[in-house]
Design a binder for this molecule. Sequence first.
Ligand code: HEM
Length: 432
Amino acid sequence: MAQYVLATRAVGRHYLDPELRDRMAELYVDLRDVLYASDTVIGRRERRVLRFAELVLQSEWKLADLSGAGRSLDVLSVLSGPRGKRYQPYANVRLLNQILGTRHRSSDASIEHHCRQVLRFLLRSWLEYERRSAAGTESWGWQRPPSAGEMDERLERLSALSRETAAWPATPPAHDSPPARWDGYVGTAGHGDILEYLVNLPQTQHHEENAFLRVIHLTEVTTSGILARTLSARTWLEQGRLREAGRCLQRAARLAQLQLDIMRVLRRTMSVENFLGFRKETGDASAVQMTSSQALNIHLLGVHPNKVEALESVPENAFLLFHLNDRFQPLRSLLQDVPQGTEDGAAVLSAARDLDEALYAWRRLHLGLAHRYLPKEAPGSGGTSGAPYLSGFYQDRLFDPSGCLFPHPVPVSAPSLDGQHVRARSVFSPLN
Ligand code: HEM
């Protein structure tokens, strides 16, 4: 394990020794067979270690290059099979979800608690990384660092965010070096080490890819917290419990504001040249494949007609199209029935407005990134038209600028999913 982490940090994941990656991918296939065979008898502790190993190994299996050069047919036949899109293994999203507890049917309070722990840890870890880089004591991600001016602004912004989260619950700290064995990562005591050593594995040695992945992780975590609270707010509204719904939306709005501030760090401190320097190596990994974000937008606004094709083309997200049915009520529909004249009703609408405002500002900023960082008319790495795709729905929101609720988007009928393998799974982290 330690060798894997150190090797990946030394050369970048894209340049890992193909033999090491093949070995990990083969191990994943073996492990999967053992873990899910009905006659496997293993103890609880062993099962936890193996389940954890499965998360790490699966991402190597998904990223393995099967183009065939230099591989025996035996190896290729073991490694082949439908592997899904690259964003999730690239960003190690399943590992993050494991720490957030989104796969355990956890309560919204528990998920938010873990989100806050992880956000505090990741912000601090990023700040420390940039401080070491600025001081010249960090060798990880040494290529194409930001300019001195960009670094100063980044340190300032990260210090402010880290101060803002300093009183949030803490994660057990990481050790000074990566644990040498799998079981060193298992259990709550291993969370710090997972976050420090296993979640962030850039493809290259480019400093800014390292920073970019950190923004992705922070966005994943804030999105999970916002989604957890939005789902609860919907349930409370269905039961007419306005006060509770208002509190959930308020908490979601605070996380959405933080998410916006995190994206501003990228926008303000990463140059276009440095972004384009590592973009090729990330391949077709794109956050259009980000399940939590797609789910959040659907639970807030419903399925937008302009996104059906993008959802349909990502096997991990196609199940979300089940929300295209008359019985599903996104938050936008439920808000229509909230009485404006009562104190609790006004609090719900005010919190929903704050949430809507922060998320809308994020979408505007993000669309600006697509215009600024990508060559003109370049398609997105996720296979969409890029900026035009994002323009097609970024203005769809809960409230108009005068604070009135927007009506539903144009309804669309569910597309035919004939022949596609779509599994109905729970709303949260279906891939875990
Ligand atoms: C310079 C940085 C970035 C650029 C140029 C960019 C560009 C794009 C583009 C062109 C798309 C359309 C889908 C496709 O790839 O074909 C997209 C989708 C998306 N991006 Fe980014 N992006 C950037 C950073 C980020 C970051 C750091 C996150 C954080 C997770 C993020 C989250 C998303 C999400 C959630 C979508 C899906 C939008 C939707 O379908 O609702 N992006 N991005």
